[in-house]
Design a protein around this ligand. Sequence first.
Ligand SMILES: [Zn+2]
Length: 501
Amino acid sequence: MYYSLISSSIAGVDALPVMVEADVGSGMPSFSIVGFVSSQVREAQDRVKTALKNLGVSLPPQRVTINLSPGDVRKDGTRFDLPIAAAVLAALGRIEKSVLKDTMLIGELHLDGRVHSVTGVLPSVILAEKMGCRVCVVPRANRSEAELVEGITIIGIESLEDLLAYCRGEELTVKEEKSESAEDEYTVDFQDICGQEMVKRAAVITASGFHNLLLSGPPGSGKSMTARRIPTILPPLTQEEELEISKIYSIAGLLNDNMPLRKTRPYRAPHYSVTAAGLCGGGKYPQPREVTLSHRGVLFLDELPEMRRETMEMLRQPLEDRAIILSRNGGTFRFPAMFILVGAMNPCPCGFFPDRNKCNCSYTEIRSYRNRVSKAMMDRMDLRCEVKAVSYNELTGKACQGESSESMRKKVVAAVDIQKERYRNEKITYNSELNAPMIGKYCETTDQGKSLLRSAFEKLGLSARGYHRLIKVSRTIADLERDELICEAHISEALCFRCGN
Ligand SMILES: [Zn+2]
């Protein structure tokens, strides 16, 4: 008695097909699971046996063998419980064999037969649809996430009994819960920030070219307030991007029933004590971590000098490649990591320099504090902006109606549209993605501009990377002014932000 059905495994940010085979045959009574599986998958045998027993199905005194193929894909997690149970039921003749044809199943089992939610349902359903499956059977709790995919029937089940009922052709009673997406709008706005015109200008440039930004200023001056609002001025996500981000959050287990589709750009702000693995990913089974959870949004790192050097250095690779590559014995996984890095730091250990009424830090202390951020990291900060403590007048004055996110976003979208058009034949969207040959091609500069660049390069002792980043920011400023030619004024503004701090 043999049966096989389709399930899926997660590798990186995508799902791979997995065939679940069950064979019930003569031999010593046993239950074994083979096929390059983790110990967690192997434990499925206890959950499945007990869940089946509680369903009133006792296994015959025979040898039960489960094989998960292909054998070269490492399988992990509890998502195979449900397909294993279903394959056994079909092999025992408890389920009509034709019913589960062209059907993908995923789900975890409780001992009493209830089906528990799993992560990574969205990418699995996308895969099922691509493979031409008719139906996908998922845990009820994951149904709204699964239903984001069109062209495939989703059956949400709560228990193995539901599965049997579905296979008998019975209509499942579905409690219609509301599911209005909670996260389709931003809850913050740049309007909440008074004054700080320089900072807002820096935010617009950062967002327009997807550049990195370093904010420096005393505690309470609004560094994190600023960072948090940058996603609100980035262009709205396309449908494709919404699905891409939702897939990542599905795998990380951060989607819920109320929030099946991510319509807003991510904002992640891990504490400075975050480990290199927490930031970039590690462990035996790579999962999306902070750099990937920030994909297409903002990664905010406060108190940059407090961060461990090795953790900070881990960021260099994703910042260059816009993705993170992790090799494990189960294969090589690529996680996208196209984010805007916003760093923040105090100007000195106490935070109040240059206000000497409050700050007693010595120049040596200040220098060593700032040097904790490596030069290589500093080099990657395209714009550096000082955030001043807001004056009482600015805070309370009538003029305290800051520019709104909507108005700032209009400028950003116009500048991004120019870039999209310019780079339509390249594989890039933003100025920050330009490589050296592209800079030569797309960053034409006036003669005065060139001489300013030359003197800046010499006087500031810029590295080649720093020099290129300066030109890319100038390109973005020119795009904001709708100028095809980069001129002196654009470069001097970029320089101003490069040298700030
Ligand atoms: Zn100080």
